[in-house]
Design a protein around this ligand. Structure first.
Ligand code: MG
Ligand code: MG
Length: 276
């Protein structure tokens, strides 16, 4: 369900900080714990513990029919992987998508981790897929900092993928506005579209989330009704941040440094959101 997106007031922008920060802390804890032998369900419990310890609620649990804190996509899983008891293995490509809600607002972010070991060539190829996808995310965020219209974000994501790889960009799964609902208007495409999209101005909050395939972008859905896999069994991954545009600039809500490290190569410094 897509809530109605709207231009957020200064007070609402300030309220977007905490769910983003807690989402980032949960993913930081996942990052610290992930290794071969750990199960996605164990990571799920770690993330839920962090979110609840901060008084927030895992917002994925608010989706009808979904009872977990994370989606964990291993290797050929594109999105919506349900955490299970299968231990992660050396060389696995693991996307962890997480969100939290507190104070009536939402955060949403995803990281990808390639576990060390495994077949060296395969592991290196997976790391490259993750690196190019993460690079595309930051190219999109950097574009948002100076964009007049939201379509410039998708163009920057597409340009980064095309300049650095022959990977495929999913057009089934895209980013979204975020605020009082996890999924709001406007849609945030990961490629050029015929429409330029809404104006980028203070009060816009979006989740930018390139989902990139090493092979074909065709997908299938498992019998569980959730798990989306690449039809040809090739690897896919996702990186995601929730980002706010405000009068002082942009702030990456789901990065603990506001995006300073990721934006530095673009010569952009994030601007903290004022208290009100
Ligand atoms: Mg997400
Ligand atoms: Mg999202």
């Amino acid at each position: 369900m897509r809530g109605r997106g709207h231009v957020k007031s200064r007070r609402e922008l300030a309220a977007m900080r905490e769910p983003g920060r807690i989402t980032a802390l949960a993913l930081e804890a996942v990052q610290a714990a992930i290794r071969p032998g750990v199960t996605p369900l164990e990571l799920d419990a770690i993330a839920e513990g962090v979110i609840r310890a901060h008084g927030a609620v895992p917002n994925f649990q608010l989706e009808p029919g979904y009872e977990h804190t994370l989606c964990v996509g291993v290797n050929d899983v594109v999105v919506h992987g349900i955490p299970d008891e299968r231990p992660l293995e050396a060389g696995d490509l693991v996307t962890v998508d997480c969100g939290a809600t507190i104070g009536g607002f939402h955060g949403d972010a995803a990281i990808t981790v390639v576990l060390p070991g495994g077949d060296p060539e395969r592991t290196a190829a997976r790391q490259r897929l993750s690196d190019v996808t993460e690079g595309a995310l930051w190219a999109g965020i950097a574009a948002l900092a100076s964009a007049k219209q939201l379509g410039e974000v998708g163009a920057a994501v597409e340009d980064h993928i095309e300049a650095n790889s022959d990977f495929g960009i999913s057009d089934d799964y895209i980013g979204h506005g975020i605020g009082r609902a996890m999924h709001e208007d406007p849609p945030v495409f990961n490629y050029r579209t015929r429409v330029a999209g809404p104006a980028v101005k203070p009060g816009l909050c979006v989740a930018i989330e390139p989902i990139i395939h090493a092979g074909s972008t065709e997908t299938t859905i498992d019998d569980d009704g959730w798990t989306v896999r690449s039809a040809d069994g090739s690897d896919a991954c996702q990186w995601e941040h929730s980002v706010a545009v405000h009068s002082g600039g942009i702030w990456v809500l789901t990065a603990l440094d506001g995006g300073a490290a990721g934006l530095a190569p673009f010569g952009i410094a994030p601007a903290p959101i004022a208290d009100r």
